[in-house]
Design a protein. Structure first.
Length: 368
């Protein structure tokens, strides 16, 4: 049975602690809350004590929180949990909660304790950083688009004037073919920009990255087989969830680049795993194509830069937007992307994302 602390030293320690401390009994009913908890939650101590501990968590996160509370009480597990406590446009409040069992002298679990911290500043700083990264990506892309459109349209008008002045059918056909090529390029440019916009603005429920990659591999295996490309996968379960549509856009662009690098067929491999310290998830996509030259490698994420031959580029088949789209979306998702390549080993595109908080991810994927 949990009650108010009897030891004077312990009572003073709890009362004057900077972090919020809340204790609940075996029925998960709050029996103690210190002054810091009252301040952080914006509630009087009298209104906290006696309430179910799950009442401190917003309705949409209560199921996850309840599982963590029960595991602490019944299994002795400790866990960490972050959530938006007050979703106000002007003054949102984000809390980080550490959950642990309370054990009495005989060693029996008699309740749980919460250690509560206000992490609003950290969360807002992370959101600002993500927003700045998105704006930087958009700014880079917008500048490149303006330059590229200017070049396309700058050549279109003189070519049209030339076509109108021709009596020679062959010269007219060449001019019209050039105009058609330019229009094809603008169409592909529009498609690339749409993919980028859809990727960063998609609003949908997150899914486990392993599930998304497996679904992509299943969808693409038949079309890769038609190109003579063997697909291999090694996908470990990982603690990372992301919105599926932008991830699909990223994978499609990387796979398309790999296909273009292997016109005679080859191998494409997806490896998904967590690093040794459990902090990051890596998705590596490798092909055994001819590789990218050392001179081209530093520029592959620049919009409209392409190592594809001039013959293909002139036909409007490749604008060099694919990896720029990949780079922009991955940054907006909080990850990083790198590329390594050699003539001997082909090209490997590596995506890195921070793992989701382990206890929260586990709780969301399991039932008590």
């Amino acid at each position: 049975m949990i009650s108010q602390p009897d030891d004077p030293f312990f009572r003073q320690l709890c009362t004057h602690a900077a972090a919020g401390i809340i204790a609940a009994d075996e029925q998960l009913c709050i029996r103690f809350a210190n002054a810091a908890a009252s301040r952080i939650l914006g509630l009087a101590t009298e209104s906290i004590v006696g309430q179910p501990i799950s009442s401190l968590v917003p309705a949409e996160r209560q199921a996850v929180a309840q599982r963590l509370f029960e595991r602490a009480l019944h299994q002795g597990e400790t866990s960490d949990f972050e959530f938006c406590y007050r979703d106000s446009p002007d003054h949102p409040v984000y809390l980080a909660v550490s959950i642990s069992p309370v054990i009495d002298d005989p060693g029996e679990r008699v309740g749980i304790a919460l250690h509560i911290r206000d992490v609003t500043r950290r969360v807002q700083a992370m959101k600002t950083q993500a927003h700045d990264a998105k704006m930087a990506s958009l700014g880079t892309l917008a500048g490149a688009v303006a330059h590229y459109f200017g070049n396309l349209l700058g050549g279109l008008v003189p070519t049209a004037d030339f076509a109108l002045s021709q009596d020679n059918p062959e010269a007219l056909r060449r001019a019209l073919r050039s105009i058609a090529t330019t229009l094809t390029q603008t169409g592909r440019l529009t498609q690339g920009l749409r993919a980028f916009a859809e990727g960063i603005h998609a609003i949908e429920a997150d899914e486990c990255l392993s599930t998304i990659v497996q679904r992509f591999a299943d969808d693409w295996q038949p079309r890769l087989a038609k190109r003579g490309i063997d697909l291999e996968t090694s996908l470990q379960p990982v603690a990372k969830s992301l919105p599926p549509h932008p991830v699909m856009v990223v994978l499609e662009n990387i796979a398309t680049n790999a296909c273009e690098a292997m016109p005679q067929g080859g191998k494409l491999r997806f490896d998904l795993a967590t690093d040794a310290d459990g902090r990051s998830v890596f998705l590596r996509i490798g092909d055994n194509g001819p590789g990218i030259s050392e001179g081209d490698l530093p520029h592959v994420f620049e919009p409209f830069y392409t190592a594809i031959t001039d013959t293909v580029r002139a036909g409007g088949e490749h604008l060099g937007l694919g990896l720029a789209v990949v780079h922009g979306i991955v940054r907006c998702l909080g990850g990083t992307v790198t590329l390594c390549s050699s003539a001997k080993d082909g090209t490997i595109c590596s995506l890195q994302f921070p793992c989701d908080p382990p206890n929260e991810s586990t709780a969301m994927g399991q039932t008590p």
